[in-house]
Design a protein around this ligand. Sequence first.
Ligand SMILES: *Cc1c(COP(=O)(O)O)cnc(C)c1O
Length: 396
Amino acid sequence: MIKLPSKHLFELPEGIIYLDGNSLGPLPRGARERASKVISEEWGQELIRAWNSADWMTLPKRVGDRIARLIGAPEGSVATGDTLSIKVYQALAAALAMRPGRSKILSDSGNFPTDLYMADGLVKLAGKGHRISTPAPQDVIANIDEDTAAVMLTHVDYRTGRMHDMQAVTKAAHAAGAVMIWDLAHSAGAVPLDLLASEAEFAVGCTYKYFNGGPGAPAFIYARPDIVNGIEPALSGWMGHAAPFAMAREYAPAMSTERLRVGTPPIVQLSILDAALDAWDGVDMNALRAASIDLCEQFIASVEARCPQLKLASPRNPAERGSQVSFAFEHGYEAMQALIGQGLIGDFRAPDIMRFGFTPLYIGSDDVAAAVDIMERTFREELWRDPKYQVRSAVT
Ligand SMILES: *Cc1c(COP(=O)(O)O)cnc(C)c1O
């Protein structure tokens, strides 16, 4: 088992405390070398032959199998590629087709906008009168009924870090005959997951957050092995075909999770992700979770003691929280800019949430202590009032 934190596995800039690995993980050491090899030796020298000679063709599945281990899914049950928005669409389309007589898609008011936008687009295209319901997160179970086709939730809330009880919600969905879809964007690589035991039909997630796959790294989709071959893929691309190079006119989906692939895989990004996953070899997710809880508890206690201006916006109970801590502050945007200006990187989510991610692979308790020192000074001296911190950028 590896010792945490393992900072040496990452290229972290000097003088930066990075509490935003929940949004974009840092550069793993092996990634640069791998990308360079793929570009120079494989693409550069092998050209199209690399699909076979460098084994590009099987890379999506090999990477999927490595992700599977980290989310409690069996080998062969995870397909990679595209972006998370696309994977949400595919999972929801498949779920609705599995429950043709039902009209409700149940999500919650904390879900990430793109998940709901993709659902909106699908509902419109399908034209079957589906409706999307978004009650408060704590009211989800009470809103599951006989008309619910799919329950589609993000396991860990991107704003507050509040975590749904995966087992309980999935059980309630199934008791009413609904299909369960989990978005693991903020839980994969953050908390231990046992997807197979949850019995959820689908899970989707991205890999540029806790898995450190780099900006735009491919997403993943899990389908429960006993149902996968019954899924009619909504995005019936050739890479999900049973025999893409047969070039047949008739679409025949692969008899595996590979049927949830769409088009040509992004080989450079997938290779970087493959290298990034090396950092996860030998990581015990329960040990990582324990370290994450320690860091979050230390952070909450110190911030509450030293920055009374901030109000905790995450659940206080660690069992109900992912690996991030959010504080509400009226001038959160400006304050986050002031922290970033001093080398403490977190992020801001409208309207007033300052968000800090805790990633035990490369963050230790000394980083938390240093972060809170910067925060205390920033709020006590109101450094965020400086006009240079008032300018808004496109990405917050
Ligand atoms: C980060 C995130 C996304 C991003 O989707 P992309 O298609 O990768 O841009 C979607 N959903 C959730 C819940 C997220 O946290």
